[in-house]
Design a protein around this ligand. Sequence first.
Ligand code: HEC
Length: 157
Amino acid sequence: MGSRRWMYTFVLGALQIGFAVGCNSGSGMDGNPPDPNPGGPPPVGATFSQNVQPIFNARCTGCHSPQQRSGSLDLSASVSYANLINKPASASCSASVAGAVLVRPGDTAGSMLWRKLANSNDKCGGAMPFGSAGLISVARSEFDTIAQWIQGGALNN
Ligand code: HEC
């Protein structure tokens, strides 16, 4: 009689599927590295080249590069600044939020970049990094760094 054996196989299989699903729902499993400085303040006097671009390099250029311009946006080092400042968002973003601008210097809430990182209700599309609840949840200090940079006039420094 092999039926009991079959039963065990079935139960074990079901448990394995359960574990796999359970693990995937854990934090940090969405492919985004954890916050390197949890709860810490943003660096004082954060600059674009020293503090903001490294965040783009670590978390964004996997999708926002010359090869893969997701959302028609390249955030790689030589072009990111020009692609963001006072630039209208993509056609698909603007179709859902009319007049969206990626970065308005001095105006965090008026910047679509900030809205997507903050997972704000008035964003177009999804929160960034894609598939997360926004940088504000993934790495608060990095979110604060970008917010501070926009607030401070989004300088190319
Ligand atoms: C896994 C891929 C992926 C990663 C990583 C990612 N993005 Fe995106 N991004 C997308 C996709 C896809 C879109 C278009 C759909 C949407 O807006 O939700 C997009 C759209 C955007 C837009 C809107 C551009 C426009 O004009 O429509 C901004 C701004 C943006 N991303 C910023 C970022 C930033 C900043 C990071 C890093 C913190 C980041 N993204 C990380 C895939 C990604």
